[in-house]
Design a protein around this ligand. Structure first.
Ligand SMILES: *Cc1c(COP(=O)(O)O)cnc(C)c1O
Length: 464
């Protein structure tokens, strides 16, 4: 009988995160203020604790994972590496398809890998409360879970009002884990009150929710509240590299000498970076691997946006970051892959694109749902709408391998399950979903907000 799932023993869980900033062939450009001057770590200290800021700017290649964090990650880690035999058979491909199953975490996605680490570092720094925003609720539920398991740290989540009303189950998860989840805009902050006064019936937005969460963190007079971000930043991607490090060991156990294709969907870039960065290192060291971040064609920052300095958030609270972006004010149409609606791409992933180390792709939602259905019907599990983008790409790559007659090894990240996203499946099945494409005019308009920002340079070694 062939082996379907490759398990690591608990003692083989990686003890260090991998920091790709140490190995990028050309240096990252620093975050800057609107005047073009680099941001200093002190400027970030009202928002993030010093130990996480230290990780954010670190160039150290390997960073130890504290034992207490490992103890909590062990609730679901190491996650299995699974061979998608049924999909291979269905596609009649000679490719061997593996996926890292991050859906087995209690909140159901990769997000708690960083949520647990962030809660731990904040607690260690003496912080008593974390604030954050959430759209569809995946990040909010991951942070609520993390604060609950770490203990001694309150969690306050500003959830975009329309999701708060339409997605009661994510909110219930946060409450089960003891978090305080409020609809944003709320009456609890100046930002929220000002907006409610002008627009009492607003559905809310991520930008507003971020403003509220940051305001609560920086105005707490005790100085013991900080803000937490679920993707995009260097330290978040760092915490996610445990995924790729485990996968590398597991591929070896499966008898694979290498991998030809690595793919993951990319919203802000953390689940992609988490799986891919250890393989990007192999590529820097000479291996030939196609590494593909997959985005939604409705939010095509990597495939159609410029590499430019832009705010990391719609509320313009972060420093300017060098990233592929559609402009921080871009509001994509309401596709169901909520996690892929972010306007920009993590600076570390963006720099890998500039270097040519990774090559992005975009897919429309109908094709992704079609792939998700095929997946559910042959492999059994119902994936998150975000994850379906990676699956669409994998199917394409597996068919290409068939055409070329090559026995390729394909690895992807199964970033989450879709059991709380069945509304999207329901709409797809009843023919109510459509594709949206962004016109060149809309793209130009959306980029106007960044035209006077400092310019980012495309540093490229020319090796890839
Ligand atoms: C949030 C989310 C994503 C996108 O996250 P990034 O790591 O920011 O790219 C992908 N898949 C699932 C299941 C998610 O919850």
């Amino acid at each position: 009988m062939s082996v379907k799932k490759i398990f690591l023993n608990e003692e083989d869980i990686p003890r260090q995160w991998y920091n790709i900033a140490a190995d990028l062939p050309t240096p990252m450009q620093p975050p800057v203020g609107p005047d073009g001057n680099p941001i200093t770590p002190e400027m970030l200290s009202p928002v993030f604790p010093a130990n996480l800021i230290e990780q954010e700017v670190s160039r150290q290649r390997w960073i130890d994972i504290p034992t207490e964090i490992l103890e909590i990650l062990k609730i679901w880690r190491p996650t299995p590496l699974i061979r998608a035999y049924n999909l291979e058979k269905h596609l009649k491909t000679p490719a061997r398809i593996y996926f890292k199953d991050e859906s087995v975490s209690p909140p159901g996605s990769h997000k708690p890998n960083t949520a647990v680490a962030q809660a731990w570092y904040n607690k260690k720094f003496g912080i008593k409360k974390l604030t954050t925003e959430t759209g569809a609720g995946q990040w909010g539920s991951a942070l609520a879970f993390a604060c609950s398991l770490i203990g001694g740290i309150e969690c306050k989540v500003y959830m975009v009002r329309i999701s708060f009303d339409q997605k009661p189950f994510r909110k219930a998860m946060m409450q089960v884990w003891g978090a305080n989840c409020v609809a944003s805009p709320s009456k609890e902050t100046n930002a929220g009150r000002a907006i409610l006064k002008k627009m009492p019936d607003t559905p809310g937005s991520l930008g507003i929710a971020i403003s509220e969460a940051i305001e609560e963190a920086v105005t707490d007079k005790s100085g013991k509240t900080r803000y937490s971000l679920g993707s995009v930043l260097n330290h978040v991607l760092l915490h996610q590299t445990i995924i790729g490090l485990e996968a590398k060991k597991q591929l070896k156990m499966a008898g694979e000498k290498g991998v030809d294709v690595v793919a993951a969907c990319a919203g802000g870039g953390s689940n992609f970076g988490g799986l891919a960065f250890p393989f990007v290192l192999d590529k820097i060291n000479g291996e030939k691997i196609d590494i593909i971040p997959v985005e939604s064609a409705t939010c095509p920052k990597m495939t159609r946006g410029p590499f430019a300095y832009d705010f990391g958030d719609t509320a313009q609270m972060t420093p300017l970051l060098p990233m592929f972006t559609l402009g921080h004010a871009y509001v994509p149409p309401p596709i169901h892959a909520g996690g892929l609606r972010y306007h920009g791409m993590a600076p570390l992933v963006s720099q890998c694109i500039v270097e040519g180390l990774v090559a992005p792709r975009a897919y429309n939602q109908l094709k992704c749902y079609e792939s998700a259905l095929l997946w559910a019907r042959v492999e059994g599990s119902i994936c998150a709408p975000e994850t379906s983008h990676a699956i669409a790409c994998v199917i394409e790559e597996a068919l290409k391998a068939k055409e070329e007659g090559k026995e390729k090894v394909i690895l992807f990240n199964y970033s989450g399950h879709g059991l709380l996203d069945l509304g999207g499946y329901e709409k797809y099945l009843s023919g109510k979903l459509t594709d949206y494409s962004l016109s060149e005019n809309e793209l130009c308009d959306s980029l106007k907000v960044i035209k006077d920002f400092p310019k980012a340079k495309k540093h490229k070694s020319g090796k890839w």
